[in-house]
Write a protein that binds this ligand. Structure first.
Ligand code: ADP
Ligand code: MG
Ligand code: ZN
Length: 625
């Protein structure tokens, strides 16, 4: 996230104000407050008393103040001291241990009850109070910030509806489109907004209105937040950023107040960008759900947001960007023209995009020149930009751990596996028999994959357990990016998933729980084929399932009669069984290869796709055993 530099200047200004006040207090104030006080020695006082010049006296604990009747004004007229003409000059002297003083004063007939010396003036009282308040509020602010942190609930309660929208200057986000790899379509859509912020007059001339808001939509970690920051960096305008969850506060009505405040600030700073991250937290469909107060709060906030969006002038140059990974939950009112009517998809990167992202992040890291980013990109189908950034970083960490000062291909390949399957668990003790089962299971997958026509080639097999709980796994790698799922390919996937269990059956005559993940995935594909892709001959092209949130795992909900649901279940069972039978046939026909490769794997623990194919085709037979 961008820097929080905005906080510093406030303290800075407070300090300067405090210094000025203190200076006034020590240097200027005394001139006014005690302007007419002249200090004299005790004998001067006694002389004046003797001469009957004194009219009033005030005796204090440690000093005596008095006024002289005939005080020539001209004498001190040029000095600052006599600016205050109404007040007579007050003389001050020390108080001696003079027991006869009272008698003498009495004899001289002076009044000595009145307060003569300037008490602290109203002005200085006010000033010192202000200083006290300033100091305390400074300390208070400091403590509050320490205790509550930046996002603490209490802290917000104290600021009474001030949005925490932070102002960013272009230099502070420090991001440009160059930092966003891939995502060319998204960048193109946003370039227009950047151009608008640079030359609003060009658009005004034609009368073209740019959309007030653009909604960045896509799975988590695809660079939505990054893109918004890059737009601000490119446009070189202030960037207000707030997360949807920050609107929903402890008091009802606060969210709405924050929205109002945010737009007020933005209008003052136009042209500028307002970025609302995770807008789904406030922008959910307004329904009559059973939930109570919290819902009210959200609705108020959303209503305020809609009002503000309608209220501001589109020509002025305030552009609102928002990001979400749950667009289907957004209120329709948010999406209608004049609000977030432009939708910018930010999808998971394709092969080319992944390679570009890897390279962008690799720039900051010392790498060997021979690194094949394409291979890494091919191994990470479905990974988001954030995951790819993480892979590069994990690779760098591994290089350091290994005592190298450069990242090599191995580091990256290992970190791909770390991201996919977790860290290696070297300490985990697995019995020899279990190790054997695991090896046969994995080779079962690999063998089925290799002996089917439409199936991705095997890239790697390993029986080193991982922290994710995987005891071993087989990695397949598509040769190129696949966008359409062919019915045969889908079925072959299921066959490959069942291959592990089948190998156990054939070799050991028993089955284990090791296939649970395979079973899950096989079932998921089979189900989707039947209920979503229309790949079942009996059902044909009818969708029984709808995907709820495509960007977040995509759980599906079934919409059909109970009878149909039963039939779908039956069809799924049938399909998976067919796949299992096919795998059984493949492996039992190649039982020797299964044993051979499994023994090789047991010995090596990790083998590459080439080694696997070598043993399978008999070209590596001599080396292996
Ligand atoms: P989102 O907001 O979509 O969940 P972010 O913008 O927060 O994702 O991305 C998280 C991180 O992932 C970014 O800070 C960046 O390091 C990396 N990242 C994601 N997409 C890209 C991309 N297209 N190019 C470069 N880095 C990316
Ligand atoms: Mg984000
Ligand atoms: Zn398996």
């Amino acid at each position: 996230m961008p820097t929080k530099n905005t906080k510093k200047p406030i303290i800075y200004y407070w300090c300067i104000a405090l210094l000025i006040i203190m200076a006034i207090n020590t240097f200027i104030l005394p001139l006014f407050a005690q302007s007419n006080v002249v200090t004299v020695t005790y004998d001067v006082f006694l002389d004046s008393l003797q001469a009957d010049e004194i009219t009033q006296v005030e005796v204090r604990d440690d000093s005596i103040y008095y006024i002289i009747e005939t005080d020539e004004v001209e004498d001190s007229s040029e000095t600052l001291i006599t600016l205050n003409q109404e007040k007579p000059t007050v003389y001050q002297t020390v108080r001696m241990q003079d027991t006869s003083l009272v008698d003498r004063l009495y004899e001289a007939g002076v009044t000595f009850t009145e307060v003569l010396a300037a008490e602290p003036s109203l002005f200085s009282t006010i000033i010192s109070t202000v200083i006290m308040i300033a100091v305390f509020s400074l300390i208070w602010q400091f403590i509050m910030r320490k205790i509550m942190g930046k996002s603490g609930g209490m802290g917000n309660a104290m600021s009474f509806g001030k949005s925490k929208a932070k102002i960013y200057v272009a230099a502070q986000t420090g991001k440009t489109f160059k930092d966003v790899a891939g995502q060319d379509e998204a960048k193109e859509a946003l370039t227009e907004i950047v151009d608008f912020l640079h030359h609003p007059e060009k658009y005004a001339e034609v009368g073209a209105k740019l959309p007030k808001g653009a909604l960045l939509v896509g799975p988590p970690g695809t660079g939505k937040t990054l893109l918004a920051q890059a737009v601000a960096g490119e446009a070189n305008v202030p960037f207000f950023s707030i997360s949807g969850s920050e609107f929903v506060e402890m008091f009802v009505g606060m969210g709405a107040a924050k929205v109002r405040d945010l737009f007020k600030q933005a209008n003052e700073k136009a042209p500028c960008i307002v970025f609302i991250d995770e807008i789904d937290t406030i922008g959910k469909k307004r329904d009559n759900g059973p939930s109570g107060g919290g819902n009210d709060e959200r609705e108020q906030t959303l209503n305020q947001l809609l009002t503000e969006m309608d209220g501001f002038d589109g020509q002025k140059g305030v552009v609102i960007l928002a990001a979400t990974n749950r667009p289907e939950t957004l209120d329709k009112a948010l999406l209608r023209p004049g609000r977030f009517d432009r939708r910018v998809p930010v999808e998971l990167p394709d092969l080319h995009g992944r390679e570009a992202i890897l390279k962008v992040h690799a720039e900051k890291i010392k790498m060997e020149e021979t690194i094949d980013f394409n291979a890494i990109a091919r191994a990470t189908a479905g990974a988001s930009g954030a995951e790819l950034a993480n892979i590069i970083n994990e690779g760098a960490l591994r290089a350091v751990r290994m005592g190298r000062n450069m990242v090599n291909q191995n580091d990256l390949e290992e970190s791909v596996e770390v991201i996919i399957a977790g860290y290696q668990r070297k300490g985990k003790v697995i019995s020899k028999h279990e190790k054997e089962i695991i090896a046969y299971h994995e080779v079962g997958h690999a063998l089925v994959a290799a002996l089917q026509k439409k199936s991705a080639p095997v890239h790697k097999i390993t029986i080193i357990p991982r922290t994710s709980g995987a005891l071993g796994y087989t990695m397949q790698l598509e040769e190129s990016e696949v966008f359409l799922l062919d019915k045969e390919v889908a079925f072959n996937k299921i066959v490959t998933f069942t291959g592990g269990r089948v190998a156990e059956e054939i070799q050991f005559g028993s089955i284990t729980s090791g296939a649970s993940n395979d079973i899950e995935q096989a079932t998921r594909i089979a189900r989707a084929m039947i209920a979503r892709y229309g790949m079942d001959d009996d059902f044909g092209m009818v969708a029984f399932e709808t995907v709820n949130n495509a960007y977040l795992g995509g759980d599906a909900s079934l919409a059909c009669s109970d009878e149909t649901a039963t039939k779908i279940d039956e069809a799924v069972v049938k399909l998976v069984r067919e796949a299992h039978d096919k795998a059984y046939q493949i492996i039992s026909e190649n039982k020797e290869k299964l044993m051979e490769i499994s023994n090789y794997l047991l010995e090596k623990e990790t083998i590459t796709g080439e080694e696997f194919m070598g043993v399978l085709n008999g070209t590596m037979k001599k080396e292996s055993i």
